[in-house]
Write a protein that binds this ligand. Structure first.
Ligand code: CO
Length: 208
């Protein structure tokens, strides 16, 4: 792949933006106030802004293998803290996707070196929902369901944080769980019961 193409694409992109709004980059330079924090998978097929039809300045983005929200991961926790407390986003989306390589790797017994501790968090999701998953005899259905349950558990991990609990109380911040179907491009809202989960886990995870 010749990377020169990227710089040519970039020039075309700049011209395209300026043709619609000659002030576009002047406005971008002034700062950002996105409404949404998107936490997605690093998978090259699931492009954050493009699948949502959003542009520069509209979404704060964090991506990692299998869209994980791990309490001891300083990277994701810093992103959540900055987005919620400083940028004051009103929505956090955890977006997984079917055919996720990270979720697939966690379903198999294999030593993947440095990836082991990361994938262990997905194996924990499997363990939490073992009964439901083992009842699914179709491997493809089981795989899809683990993708969905992983998104749900990462939403719960967000709700466990003091940052999210405080912002919910203060201004009604919401957490959403979505899945992108890479076979059709469709974005699916899993309709995670944010308030129900919040009420349920507060007994143990109440922080603020
Ligand atoms: Co993935």
């Amino acid at each position: 792949m010749n990377l020169d193409k990227i710089f040519k694409n970039n020039q075309d992109w700049i011209q395209g933006k300026l043709a619609i709004d000659s002030d576009f980059f002047h406005k971008l330079g002034r700062g950002q106030s996105p409404e949404l924090l998107y936490i997605g998978c690093s998978d090259s097929r699931v492009t954050a802004e493009e699948i949502m039809g959003m542009g520069p300045g509209e979404v704060f983005v964090h991506r990692n293998i299998a869209n994980m929200v791990i309490g001891t991961d300083l990277n994701v926790m810093s992103v959540v803290n900055y987005a919620v407390e400083h940028l004051e986003v009103n929505h956090i989306v955890v977006c997984g996707h079917y055919a996720c390589g990270g979720v697939n790797a966690a379903m198999k017994s294999a030593d993947l070196g440095i990836l082991n501790p990361w994938l262990r968090n997905i194996r924990d999701v499997y363990r939490l929902h073992k009964e439901e998953l083992n009842a699914l005899k179709d491997e493809e259905k089981k795989y899809d369901r683990l993708v969905e349950l992983n998104v749900q558990e990462q939403c719960i991990n967000l709700i466990k944080t003091a940052t999210v609990q405080k912002a919910y109380k203060k201004r009604g911040l919401k957490v959403h769980g979505w899945v992108m179907d890479v076979h059709s491009g469709r974005l699916i809202d899993l309709k995670i019961d944010f308030e129900g989960i919040l009420k349920n886990i507060m007994e143990i995870y109440h922080l603020e």
